[in-house]
Design a protein around this ligand. Sequence first.
Ligand SMILES: Cc1cc2nc3c(=O)[nH]c(=O)nc-3n(C[C@H](O)[C@H](O)[C@H](O)COP(=O)(O)O)c2cc1C
Length: 210
Amino acid sequence: MSTLLHIDSSVSPGSASRAVAGQFAAAWADSHPGGSIIHRDLSITQPPHLSWDAVSASMTPDEARTAEQAAAWQTREELIGELEAADNLVVSVPMYNWSITSTLKAWIDGVIVVGRTVSMTGGPGILTGKPVTVITARGGAYGPGTPQEGKDYQEPYLRHIFGALGATDISFIHVELTRAAVNPAMADLVPLATQSREAAEKAALARAAA
Ligand SMILES: Cc1cc2nc3c(=O)[nH]c(=O)nc-3n(C[C@H](O)[C@H](O)[C@H](O)COP(=O)(O)O)c2cc1C
């Protein structure tokens, strides 16, 4: 049975990245009858920032952990367990300050355990053989020739992280210019924003059904 791990991270109720990831998940469910979806909303259940207990627990055998280390490790195990259970991953990510949400960064810090989820010697990682789809939303546009070109610190970072976790099939789908609808200074960009959203929805549906 297939399992999709669906992670959202926007704090916005009208989130574009969340909406497109929702469409992805619905299309994935249609094309995987009997499959199951694990939905983790990082804006609701926020992973804790790393503590020393959480870090040192990864270097301490189970039986030698303090109660604090054991509790911190349990939280990391829960996140890692969802990655283990999944054979497909979709992550929605708003662009905040040129990068990702702090909750997604906390999730990344929770699931990266060298020797367990990431290999430093060229071996497989926890996402090896699992497709990863990242759906981003940004207020501006970051493609070639735009004034913001080169300032996208989301895609290169996440591409590296999911690669470190062993994924090789990583696809990014961007919803750009979302601020055009609400910022009068961007009014002339509304048609491009609409185009970007429609292209993202189409790409998400195609990728989910693949
Ligand atoms: C705290 C914050 C920081 C933001 N920083 C950026 C930014 O650096 N670049 C950008 O293009 N848009 C930025 N935006 C706009 C969001 O990327 C945009 O609203 C996007 O649609 C958010 O994703 P969502 O619709 O899935 O919530 C920011 C918005 C917020 C709330």
